[in-house]
Design a protein around this ligand. Structure first.
Ligand code: NAP
Length: 324
Protein backbone atom coordinates (compact mmCIF):
# COMPACT_ATOMS: atom_id res chain seq x y z
CA UNK A 1 0.00 0.00 0.00
CA UNK A 2 1.04 3.67 -0.41
CA UNK A 3 1.82 5.97 2.49
CA UNK A 4 3.24 9.48 2.70
CA UNK A 5 6.50 9.66 4.65
CA UNK A 6 9.33 12.08 5.29
CA UNK A 7 12.91 11.20 6.20
CA UNK A 8 14.05 14.70 7.13
CA UNK A 9 12.51 18.02 8.18
CA UNK A 10 12.05 20.65 5.51
CA UNK A 11 9.65 22.19 3.00
CA UNK A 12 6.66 20.39 1.42
CA UNK A 13 9.06 18.68 -1.03
CA UNK A 14 10.30 16.31 1.72
CA UNK A 15 6.91 14.54 1.61
CA UNK A 16 7.30 11.36 -0.46
CA UNK A 17 4.96 8.50 -1.31
CA UNK A 18 6.44 5.15 -0.23
CA UNK A 19 5.30 1.60 -0.92
CA UNK A 20 4.95 -0.13 2.47
CA UNK A 21 3.28 -3.31 3.69
CA UNK A 22 -0.33 -3.06 4.87
CA UNK A 23 -0.43 -3.15 8.68
CA UNK A 24 -2.28 -5.76 10.76
CA UNK A 25 -4.21 -4.50 13.79
CA UNK A 26 -2.97 -5.41 17.26
CA UNK A 27 -5.10 -5.59 20.42
CA UNK A 28 -7.42 -2.57 20.69
CA UNK A 29 -6.60 -1.42 17.16
CA UNK A 30 -8.66 -1.08 13.99
CA UNK A 31 -7.25 -1.23 10.46
CA UNK A 32 -9.04 1.34 8.31
CA UNK A 33 -8.93 1.54 4.51
CA UNK A 34 -8.72 5.29 4.13
CA UNK A 35 -11.05 7.21 1.85
CA UNK A 36 -10.11 10.74 2.98
CA UNK A 37 -7.35 12.17 5.19
CA UNK A 38 -7.77 15.56 6.84
CA UNK A 39 -4.86 17.98 6.44
CA UNK A 40 -4.07 19.77 9.69
CA UNK A 41 -1.70 22.61 10.51
CA UNK A 42 0.00 20.23 12.98
CA UNK A 43 0.99 17.98 10.02
CA UNK A 44 2.84 20.90 8.46
CA UNK A 45 4.52 21.70 11.79
CA UNK A 46 5.60 18.06 12.09
CA UNK A 47 7.22 18.27 8.67
CA UNK A 48 8.78 21.74 9.04
CA UNK A 49 9.94 21.85 12.66
CA UNK A 50 9.51 18.27 13.91
CA UNK A 51 6.41 18.86 16.06
CA UNK A 52 5.77 15.48 17.77
CA UNK A 53 8.25 13.71 15.44
CA UNK A 54 10.25 11.18 17.45
CA UNK A 55 12.07 9.34 14.66
CA UNK A 56 12.39 8.99 10.87
CA UNK A 57 10.89 7.90 8.58
CA UNK A 58 7.83 9.73 9.92
CA UNK A 59 4.32 9.30 8.60
CA UNK A 60 2.06 12.38 9.00
CA UNK A 61 -1.74 12.48 9.26
CA UNK A 62 -4.01 12.80 12.29
CA UNK A 63 -7.54 12.06 11.05
CA UNK A 64 -9.10 9.80 8.46
CA UNK A 65 -12.42 8.54 7.25
CA UNK A 66 -12.85 5.21 5.53
CA UNK A 67 -13.95 1.61 5.87
CA UNK A 68 -13.04 -0.88 8.61
CA UNK A 69 -10.71 -3.45 7.04
CA UNK A 70 -9.93 -5.59 10.11
CA UNK A 71 -10.39 -5.53 13.88
CA UNK A 72 -7.72 -6.30 16.48
CA UNK A 73 -8.29 -8.49 19.53
CA UNK A 74 -10.69 -7.09 22.09
CA UNK A 75 -12.34 -4.53 19.80
CA UNK A 76 -16.12 -4.49 20.05
CA UNK A 77 -18.85 -2.24 18.72
CA UNK A 78 -17.37 -1.99 15.21
CA UNK A 79 -17.70 -4.31 12.21
CA UNK A 80 -15.62 -5.01 9.12
CA UNK A 81 -16.93 -2.92 6.21
CA UNK A 82 -18.39 -0.23 8.45
CA UNK A 83 -17.85 3.45 7.58
CA UNK A 84 -15.84 5.16 10.31
CA UNK A 85 -13.94 8.30 11.13
CA UNK A 86 -10.91 8.18 13.38
CA UNK A 87 -8.30 10.29 15.10
CA UNK A 88 -4.83 8.83 15.03
CA UNK A 89 -1.44 9.84 16.38
CA UNK A 90 0.25 9.95 12.94
CA UNK A 91 0.18 7.84 9.77
CA UNK A 92 -3.17 9.08 8.44
CA UNK A 93 -1.81 10.00 4.98
CA UNK A 94 -1.92 6.36 3.83
CA UNK A 95 -4.14 3.85 2.05
CA UNK A 96 -4.53 1.80 5.22
CA UNK A 97 -3.90 3.00 8.77
CA UNK A 98 -4.06 1.46 12.24
CA UNK A 99 -6.18 3.55 14.58
CA UNK A 100 -7.02 3.08 18.27
CA UNK A 101 -10.54 1.65 18.66
CA UNK A 102 -11.14 4.25 21.39
CA UNK A 103 -10.89 7.12 18.91
CA UNK A 104 -12.73 5.42 16.04
CA UNK A 105 -16.37 6.46 15.51
CA UNK A 106 -19.20 5.29 13.31
CA UNK A 107 -19.76 8.06 10.78
CA UNK A 108 -22.74 10.09 12.01
CA UNK A 109 -25.85 9.50 9.88
CA UNK A 110 -26.02 13.05 8.57
CA UNK A 111 -22.47 12.94 7.16
CA UNK A 112 -20.75 11.24 4.27
CA UNK A 113 -17.11 10.07 4.47
CA UNK A 114 -15.77 13.29 2.93
CA UNK A 115 -17.54 15.66 5.33
CA UNK A 116 -16.75 13.41 8.29
CA UNK A 117 -13.01 13.54 7.56
CA UNK A 118 -13.14 17.32 7.42
CA UNK A 119 -15.10 17.80 10.61
CA UNK A 120 -13.66 15.45 13.22
CA UNK A 121 -10.56 17.19 14.60
CA UNK A 122 -11.62 20.80 14.12
CA UNK A 123 -15.03 20.15 15.64
CA UNK A 124 -13.70 18.34 18.71
CA UNK A 125 -11.01 21.01 19.16
CA UNK A 126 -13.43 23.92 18.93
CA UNK A 127 -15.89 22.23 21.25
CA UNK A 128 -13.19 21.55 23.86
CA UNK A 129 -11.84 25.10 23.62
CA UNK A 130 -15.22 26.74 24.14
CA UNK A 131 -16.95 24.36 26.51
CA UNK A 132 -14.31 22.44 28.49
CA UNK A 133 -11.47 24.93 28.77
CA UNK A 134 -12.98 28.43 28.43
CA UNK A 135 -16.34 27.34 29.92
CA UNK A 136 -18.28 29.69 27.70
CA UNK A 137 -21.61 30.93 29.10
CA UNK A 138 -24.60 32.14 27.11
CA UNK A 139 -24.33 35.79 26.10
CA UNK A 140 -20.56 36.00 26.46
CA UNK A 141 -18.34 37.45 23.73
CA UNK A 142 -15.71 35.34 21.96
CA UNK A 143 -12.61 36.19 19.90
CA UNK A 144 -11.12 33.52 17.60
CA UNK A 145 -7.81 33.67 15.67
CA UNK A 146 -7.57 32.15 12.18
CA UNK A 147 -11.33 32.58 11.75
CA UNK A 148 -11.35 31.53 8.08
CA UNK A 149 -9.38 28.29 8.61
CA UNK A 150 -10.43 24.78 9.58
CA UNK A 151 -10.66 25.28 13.34
CA UNK A 152 -11.87 28.86 12.83
CA UNK A 153 -14.87 28.03 10.62
CA UNK A 154 -15.97 25.25 12.98
CA UNK A 155 -15.45 27.24 16.18
CA UNK A 156 -17.29 30.35 14.99
CA UNK A 157 -20.37 28.20 14.34
CA UNK A 158 -19.98 26.36 17.66
CA UNK A 159 -19.78 29.67 19.56
CA UNK A 160 -22.90 30.94 17.80
CA UNK A 161 -24.72 27.65 18.53
CA UNK A 162 -23.75 27.95 22.21
CA UNK A 163 -25.54 31.30 22.42
CA UNK A 164 -22.47 33.53 22.51
CA UNK A 165 -23.29 37.24 22.58
CA UNK A 166 -20.96 38.45 19.86
CA UNK A 167 -18.44 36.34 18.00
CA UNK A 168 -15.33 38.14 16.69
CA UNK A 169 -12.69 36.69 14.40
CA UNK A 170 -9.16 37.65 13.38
CA UNK A 171 -7.61 36.92 9.98
CA UNK A 172 -4.61 38.14 8.01
CA UNK A 173 -6.37 39.26 4.81
CA UNK A 174 -9.56 41.13 3.85
CA UNK A 175 -10.86 38.31 1.60
CA UNK A 176 -10.61 35.92 4.54
CA UNK A 177 -12.66 38.31 6.68
CA UNK A 178 -15.49 38.31 4.14
CA UNK A 179 -15.34 34.50 3.91
CA UNK A 180 -15.35 33.90 7.67
CA UNK A 181 -18.52 35.97 8.14
CA UNK A 182 -20.58 33.01 6.86
CA UNK A 183 -19.36 30.82 9.72
CA UNK A 184 -20.87 32.38 12.83
CA UNK A 185 -18.87 35.61 13.09
CA UNK A 186 -20.42 39.03 13.72
CA UNK A 187 -17.25 40.91 12.90
CA UNK A 188 -13.84 39.80 11.61
CA UNK A 189 -10.77 41.98 12.15
CA UNK A 190 -7.77 42.11 9.85
CA UNK A 191 -4.36 43.04 11.15
CA UNK A 192 -1.96 42.66 14.03
CA UNK A 193 -3.50 45.47 16.10
CA UNK A 194 -6.58 43.33 16.68
CA UNK A 195 -6.65 44.06 20.43
CA UNK A 196 -7.24 47.75 19.70
CA UNK A 197 -9.95 46.86 17.19
CA UNK A 198 -11.63 44.57 19.74
CA UNK A 199 -11.61 47.26 22.40
CA UNK A 200 -13.09 49.79 19.95
CA UNK A 201 -15.82 47.35 18.88
CA UNK A 202 -16.77 46.62 22.50
CA UNK A 203 -16.63 50.22 23.80
CA UNK A 204 -13.47 49.43 25.73
CA UNK A 205 -14.90 46.39 27.52
CA UNK A 206 -13.07 43.57 25.72
CA UNK A 207 -14.17 39.96 25.22
CA UNK A 208 -14.94 37.21 27.71
CA UNK A 209 -13.10 34.47 25.82
CA UNK A 210 -10.09 34.71 23.46
CA UNK A 211 -8.76 31.62 21.62
CA UNK A 212 -5.20 31.93 20.30
CA UNK A 213 -3.21 29.37 18.22
CA UNK A 214 -0.49 31.84 17.15
CA UNK A 215 1.46 32.62 20.35
CA UNK A 216 4.06 35.33 20.92
CA UNK A 217 2.88 38.89 20.28
CA UNK A 218 -0.53 37.59 19.22
CA UNK A 219 -0.95 35.85 22.58
CA UNK A 220 -0.04 39.07 24.41
CA UNK A 221 -2.67 40.91 22.37
CA UNK A 222 -5.26 38.17 22.95
CA UNK A 223 -4.81 38.61 26.72
CA UNK A 224 -4.98 42.41 26.26
CA UNK A 225 -8.35 41.93 24.50
CA UNK A 226 -9.98 40.35 27.57
CA UNK A 227 -12.75 41.91 29.63
CA UNK A 228 -12.78 41.60 33.44
CA UNK A 229 -12.78 37.91 34.41
CA UNK A 230 -11.93 37.05 30.79
CA UNK A 231 -10.33 33.74 29.80
CA UNK A 232 -7.63 33.32 27.14
CA UNK A 233 -6.82 29.87 25.81
CA UNK A 234 -3.54 29.12 23.98
CA UNK A 235 -3.99 26.23 21.55
CA UNK A 236 -0.99 26.50 19.26
CA UNK A 237 2.17 28.40 18.46
CA UNK A 238 1.96 29.04 14.71
CA UNK A 239 4.36 31.99 15.07
CA UNK A 240 7.10 29.75 16.56
CA UNK A 241 7.58 32.41 19.25
CA UNK A 242 9.57 31.67 22.41
CA UNK A 243 7.48 30.33 25.33
CA UNK A 244 5.32 33.08 26.82
CA UNK A 245 5.42 34.15 30.42
CA UNK A 246 2.60 35.72 32.36
CA UNK A 247 2.22 36.34 36.06
CA UNK A 248 0.25 37.86 38.92
CA UNK A 249 0.79 41.44 37.77
CA UNK A 250 -0.64 40.73 34.31
CA UNK A 251 -3.71 38.89 35.55
CA UNK A 252 -4.79 40.08 38.98
CA UNK A 253 -6.24 43.54 38.37
CA UNK A 254 -8.84 42.32 35.86
CA UNK A 255 -9.16 38.83 37.34
CA UNK A 256 -8.04 37.14 34.12
CA UNK A 257 -7.45 33.42 33.50
CA UNK A 258 -5.11 31.83 30.98
CA UNK A 259 -5.03 28.19 29.95
CA UNK A 260 -4.01 25.86 27.15
CA UNK A 261 -5.37 22.92 25.22
CA UNK A 262 -4.04 20.19 22.90
CA UNK A 263 -6.31 17.57 21.38
CA UNK A 264 -3.26 15.39 20.66
CA UNK A 265 -2.26 15.71 24.31
CA UNK A 266 -5.77 14.72 25.39
CA UNK A 267 -5.76 11.72 23.05
CA UNK A 268 -2.36 10.57 24.27
CA UNK A 269 -3.20 10.83 27.98
CA UNK A 270 -6.94 10.20 28.20
CA UNK A 271 -8.43 8.66 25.03
CA UNK A 272 -11.70 7.80 26.80
CA UNK A 273 -12.21 11.50 27.57
CA UNK A 274 -11.37 12.39 23.95
CA UNK A 275 -13.97 9.89 22.80
CA UNK A 276 -16.64 11.32 25.05
CA UNK A 277 -15.74 14.88 23.98
CA UNK A 278 -15.88 14.00 20.27
CA UNK A 279 -19.25 12.27 20.64
CA UNK A 280 -20.67 15.36 22.34
CA UNK A 281 -19.15 17.61 19.65
CA UNK A 282 -20.74 15.52 16.86
CA UNK A 283 -24.13 15.68 18.62
CA UNK A 284 -23.83 19.46 18.84
CA UNK A 285 -22.86 19.70 15.16
CA UNK A 286 -25.90 17.64 14.20
CA UNK A 287 -28.23 19.66 16.44
CA UNK A 288 -26.93 23.02 15.18
CA UNK A 289 -26.31 22.01 11.53
CA UNK A 290 -22.59 22.79 11.69
CA UNK A 291 -20.51 21.92 8.64
CA UNK A 292 -16.94 22.76 7.68
CA UNK A 293 -16.31 24.06 4.16
CA UNK A 294 -13.98 21.82 2.13
CA UNK A 295 -12.13 24.15 -0.22
CA UNK A 296 -9.51 21.90 -1.80
CA UNK A 297 -8.80 18.19 -2.20
CA UNK A 298 -5.60 16.57 -3.42
CA UNK A 299 -4.67 12.98 -4.33
CA UNK A 300 -2.34 11.27 -1.84
CA UNK A 301 0.72 11.80 -4.05
CA UNK A 302 0.11 15.55 -3.97
CA UNK A 303 0.24 15.93 -0.19
CA UNK A 304 3.09 18.43 -0.72
CA UNK A 305 0.75 20.73 -2.65
CA UNK A 306 -1.76 20.57 0.21
CA UNK A 307 0.94 21.59 2.71
CA UNK A 308 2.12 24.36 0.44
CA UNK A 309 -1.41 25.77 0.27
CA UNK A 310 -1.99 25.45 4.04
CA UNK A 311 1.26 27.26 4.83
CA UNK A 312 0.72 29.99 2.25
CA UNK A 313 -1.79 31.71 4.52
CA UNK A 314 -4.19 31.93 1.57
CA UNK A 315 -6.22 28.78 2.29
CA UNK A 316 -9.70 28.98 3.75
CA UNK A 317 -11.83 26.24 5.25
CA UNK A 318 -10.53 22.67 5.31
CA UNK A 319 -8.15 20.80 2.99
CA UNK A 320 -8.40 17.04 2.37
CA UNK A 321 -6.37 14.27 0.74
CA UNK A 322 -8.46 11.97 -1.47
CA UNK A 323 -6.95 8.53 -0.84
CA UNK A 324 -9.30 5.89 -2.29
N1 NAP B 1 -4.39 22.61 20.34
C1 NAP B 1 -5.16 21.87 19.57
O1 NAP B 1 -5.77 20.91 20.04
C2 NAP B 1 -5.29 22.19 18.12
C3 NAP B 1 -6.07 21.37 17.29
C4 NAP B 1 -6.21 21.73 15.93
C5 NAP B 1 -5.57 22.87 15.46
N2 NAP B 1 -4.79 23.60 16.32
C6 NAP B 1 -4.14 24.84 15.84
O2 NAP B 1 -5.14 25.69 15.34
C7 NAP B 1 -4.66 26.42 14.23
C8 NAP B 1 -5.56 26.18 13.05
O3 NAP B 1 -5.38 24.84 12.60
P1 NAP B 1 -6.02 24.32 11.25
O4 NAP B 1 -5.47 22.96 11.03
O5 NAP B 1 -7.49 24.52 11.29
O6 NAP B 1 -5.36 25.27 10.15
P2 NAP B 1 -6.00 26.49 9.36
O7 NAP B 1 -6.61 27.45 10.30
O8 NAP B 1 -6.88 25.97 8.29
O9 NAP B 1 -4.70 27.12 8.70
C9 NAP B 1 -3.71 27.72 9.50
C10 NAP B 1 -4.02 29.21 9.71
O10 NAP B 1 -3.16 29.72 10.73
C11 NAP B 1 -3.06 31.10 10.56
N3 NAP B 1 -1.71 31.54 10.88
C12 NAP B 1 -1.40 32.40 11.85
N4 NAP B 1 -0.09 32.57 11.94
C13 NAP B 1 0.46 31.82 10.99
C14 NAP B 1 1.79 31.60 10.59
N5 NAP B 1 2.82 32.19 11.21
N6 NAP B 1 2.01 30.76 9.54
C15 NAP B 1 0.98 30.15 8.92
N7 NAP B 1 -0.30 30.32 9.29
C16 NAP B 1 -0.56 31.16 10.30
C17 NAP B 1 -3.42 31.40 9.12
O11 NAP B 1 -4.58 32.21 9.15
P3 NAP B 1 -4.44 33.79 8.96
O12 NAP B 1 -3.57 33.96 7.75
O13 NAP B 1 -5.82 34.29 8.76
O14 NAP B 1 -3.79 34.30 10.22
C18 NAP B 1 -3.72 30.04 8.50
O15 NAP B 1 -4.81 30.11 7.63
C19 NAP B 1 -3.21 25.96 14.00
O16 NAP B 1 -2.33 26.86 14.62
C20 NAP B 1 -3.17 24.61 14.70
O17 NAP B 1 -1.90 24.26 15.13
C21 NAP B 1 -4.65 23.29 17.61
Amino acid sequence: MRAVVFEELGGPEVLQVAEVSAPEPGPGQVAVDVAWSGVNFADAKARSVGYRVESFPFRPGLEVSGTVRALGAGVSGLTVGQHVVAMVNGGGYAETVLVPAETTFAVPEALDLRDAAALTTVLATGYALLHEVARLREGETVLIQGAAGGVGTATGQLARAAGAGRVFGIVSKAEKAAYAKDFGYDEVFVGEDFDEQVLRATDGRGVDVALDPVGGESWRRSVASLARYGRAVAFGNASEAAPWQIGFGDLAVRGLSVSGFSILGLGATDPARLRELTERAFREAERAGITVPITAEFPLDQAAAAHELLESRTSMGKLLLRVR
